[in-house]
Design a protein around this ligand. Structure first.
Ligand code: GLC
Length: 451
């Protein structure tokens, strides 16, 4: 039986914490009506109106290699795709249901192609699997808080046997963990009301998942939803504890520490517009410059960011999403050092002009707002600084004291483009070299376009 072990846990989380940036993909039958993945629930749509979408699902433009390429080019290290969302429709060939992609014009297992495409690009493979199921006859209908039929007394739960549903879900998760080789992340979604933990048969389920997929990373939603934390936070992990906290559409203001004050692993998930599943009318995309800052913010607070794309009915990424990914990629190409493997610069107070991340003895100072004149390096001791590599052309950098604080001149001009400076701080005392190093030319000359 699986039991939490701190050492093994830290070991398996290593790659994921270094990765920092991933892609979420929400795709399924709901992409056809194009009003978001909750369409059946929000519109209380009876299944007779929804099932016909199966006849239309042809995945004509489905090209997971292209998805993988775009994710990789954006600097993402892992991807999580909805194997099954709340509507219950499966993108994989499950032998426990007919409600699956092989019975649509697409006619093939799409998860198989997806995992292969990711591996080819060297990306880690994640699958999202819902705990809810609005299609299964044994899942509560009437009176459930979110089921599409919640307001229909004629859909009473009298003859529904929830244990049958749990068996069904268990079997499908077993399929997903058996038929596609190594799965790196399993993203379960989500617990609500009394539907949590053992109600989902969680101990048995997770024991099976971890047995079939050693080293797999699992989110915390068998215990909670996006707002909750779970038993690892309580410092009393259940056998189905999540490996990471999954705040939704919010960056925890101060990162997340467990009850005893130890930093925790977390991943903030974000939509690019305001929907996870494709929504034809939602053109309210966040600019790439903002999303880059949010990624930096997550890393500066010790978390990951997973950014969503909702492909259209045919399987194509919306063009706005592709453009945003490409722009993020241009930034990541130059600056990924300040993201991968980085952690909070916990010993340095957050400056008012931007955010700092840290990797060992390097500090990455992301400057969002220019100072007039030199940039104050509050929290750094001049004696400790051995090198400043400014990522901007033509300007000289020098370190100057200002009152008690050390400052750097980021430019000769008072107004410069936003940029990143890398400050390398030595653990040893390299006092003697400092003056010489201060005079050295700038190492890196990159300008980061951040609005
Ligand atoms: C929510 C929604 C869901 C989405 C998920 C992503 O819990 O139910 O549609 O998949 O968030 O975090």
């Amino acid at each position: 039986m699986y039991q939490f072990n701190r050492k093994e846990y830290e070991e398996r989380m290593k790659w994921y914490q270094d990765a920092r940036f991933g892609m979420f993909i929400h795709w399924g039958l709901y992409s056809i009506p194009a009003r978001g993945e909750w369409v059946r629930s929000t519109e209380e749509m009876p299944e007779e109106e929804y099932l016909p979408f199966m006849k239309e699902f042809d995945a004509r433009d489905y090209n997971p290699k292209q998805w993988a390429k775009e994710a990789k080019a954006a600097g993402m290290k892992y991807v999580v795709l909805t194997a099954k969302h709340h509507d219950g429709f499966c993108l994989f060939d499950s032998k426990y249901t007919d409600y699956k992609v092989t019975n649509t014009p697409a006619g093939r297992d799409l998860i198989k192609e997806y995992v292969e495409a990711l591996r080819e690009e060297g990306l880690k493979v994640g699958l999202y699997f819902t705990l809810l199921d609005w299609h299964h006859p044994d899942y509560p209908h009437y009176g459930d808080r979110i089921h599409p039929m919640r307001n229909h007394p004629e859909c009473s739960n009298e003859n529904r046997d929830f244990s049958r549903y749990i068996e069904y879900m268990y079997n499908q998760v077993e399929e997903v963990c058996t038929n596609y080789g190594k799965i790196d992340i399993m993203w379960f979604d989500f617990s609500y009301d009394d539907m949590r933990g053992e109600k989902w048969g969680a101990t048995r389920l997770i024991d099976m998942v971890r047995r079939l997929q050693p080293g797999i990373i699992i989110d915390n939603r068998l215990e909670v939803s996006g707002e909750g934390r779970g038993s690892l936070y309580e410092c009393d992990p259940t056998p189905y504890h999540g490996d990471f906290i999954s705040p939704e559409q919010i960056i925890p203001p101060e990162g997340i520490c467990d009850k005893e004050g130890n930093p925790m692993v977390w991943e903030a998930c974000f939509t690019m517009n305001n929907n996870w599943g494709y929504c034809a009318n939602d053109h309210y995309y966040k600019p790439a410059s903002m999303l880059i800052k949010k990624l930096v913010e997550c890393v500066s607070k010790g978390g990951n960011m997973i950014l969503n794309v909702g492909p259209d009915a045919k399987g194509k990424f919306p063009k706005e999403s592709s453009a945003i990914l490409a722009e993020i990629g241009r930034w990541m190409d130059k600056n990924h050092d300040s993201i991968y493997g980085c952690a909070p610069a916990a010993d340095i107070p957050k400056p008012d002009y931007g955010r700092i991340t840290r990797n060992g003895n390097k500090y990455y100072v992301h400057i969002y707002e220019n100072t007039l004149g030199p940039l104050p390096l509050i929290g750094f001791d001049k004696q400790d600084i051995v090198d400043v590599a400014e990522k901007i052309d033509t300007y000289e950098t020098s370190i100057q004291p200002f009152e008690d604080c050390c400052t750097i001149f980021v430019a000769k001009h008072p107004v410069t483009k936003p940029n990143i400076d890398v400050i390398r701080r030595s653990e040893e005392n390299l006092n003697e070299k400092i003056d010489e190093l201060m005079k050295q030319a700038i190492e890196t000359v990159e300008v980061i376009e951040v609005k």
